[in-house]
Design a protein around this ligand. Structure first.
Ligand code: PAF
Length: 284
């Protein structure tokens, strides 16, 4: 596996591969690679001759008081995992190379970045959209692979790709879960053993909502109430939000309609560790 840290070298390498007729896939990550990322890399392999994984803990998407400093970093382990999962090139720039002196250009996606995560993390999606746009320019991918786990990120990036005419196909991979349902996340390592035991309630409560919709529930309020009740009665977590929203606009819904794509999502804090999860549904 080729390892590149200089953005200009990355860009030249991508250009060379394109000129040689190779189809390129990128899997953007912040490292701390786990089975969820490996699934994205294996999916990327199905769509490309050359799979590029980016490892960059992007300071622009962390607000004050968030976990930028303590975000897990282990480049040697990431390198081994990425190679094992079949990546051809690992791009791992440093922050000074990505955001040099005098840096002042950001990508702001408007409406879909405002609710949910955006309401609590005001600069987060500006940072995500900016770094993903930069990574696309540097790696020149034909396809980019993201996980459904970060559902609002998927909506924001899809909007940016459409609005800014990026010539890149997005592939979204379903959330990879532990055997007890907990969504795989680099942040799960922060959970204490007691919190780890409680955390599967998040997905169980989302599944309860999906079952209720499958059984004919067409109002959002009972769905969010049941999720909230499960989390508050069965865990020590503090709920940031529970949402039933339109899957494309992310506007909160009161009533669900036949054929509508909806996103049931939540964010819950266990001590200082914040977990998010979601289920996308189509109303029958
Ligand atoms: O999902 C992530 O790990 C990050 O938000 C991303 C897309 C790599 C941008 O930093």
């Amino acid at each position: 596996m080729n390892i590149v840290s200089d953005p200009r070298v990355m860009q030249r390498e991508a250009e060379k591969l394109r000129l040689a007729g190779k189809r390129l896939a990128v899997v953007p990550t912040m490292g701390a690679l786990h089975e969820g990322h490996c699934t994205l890399l294996r999916e990327a392999r199905k769509h490309a001759d050359c799979v590029i994984v980016t490892v960059f803990v992007n300071p622009a998407q962390f607000g004050e008081g968030e976990d930028f400093a303590r975000y897990p970093r282990d480049l040697p382990a990431d390198t081994a995992r990425a190679a094992e999962a079949g990546a051809d090139l690992l791009f791992s720039p440093d922050a000074a190379a990505m955001y040099g002196d005098g840096y002042q250009t950001f990508v702001t996606v408007e409406q879909v970045a405002k609710p949910l995560e955006g309401a609590l993390r005001p600069i987060h999606f500006r940072g995500v959209a900016t770094v993903v746009a930069k990574l696309f320019h540097l790696t020149k991918p034909h396809v980019a692979v993201f996980g459904q786990k970060d559902a609002q990120q998927v909506v924001v990036i899809s909007r940016m790709v459409k609005d800014l005419d990026f010539d890149c196909e997005l592939i979204i991979v379903p959330t990879v879960r532990e055997s007890d349902g907990l969504a795989r996340s680099s942040r799960n390592v922060y959970l204490t053993p007691a919190q780890r035991k409680e955390a599967p309630v998040l997905y169980a409560s989302l599944k309860g909502a999906a079952d209720a919709v499958a059984n004919g529930e067409r109002s959002a309020a009972p769905l969010t109430a049941a999720i909230r009740a499960a989390i508050t009665s069965r865990t020590s977590g503090t709920i940031d939000y529970v949402s039933v929203a339109d899957g494309d606009t992310l506007r909160e819904l009161a009533a669900l309609e036949h054929g509508q794509h909806i996103l049931v999502s939540l964010a819950v804090k266990f001590g200082t560790t914040r977990l998010i999860d979601n289920i996308p549904l189509t109303v029958a």
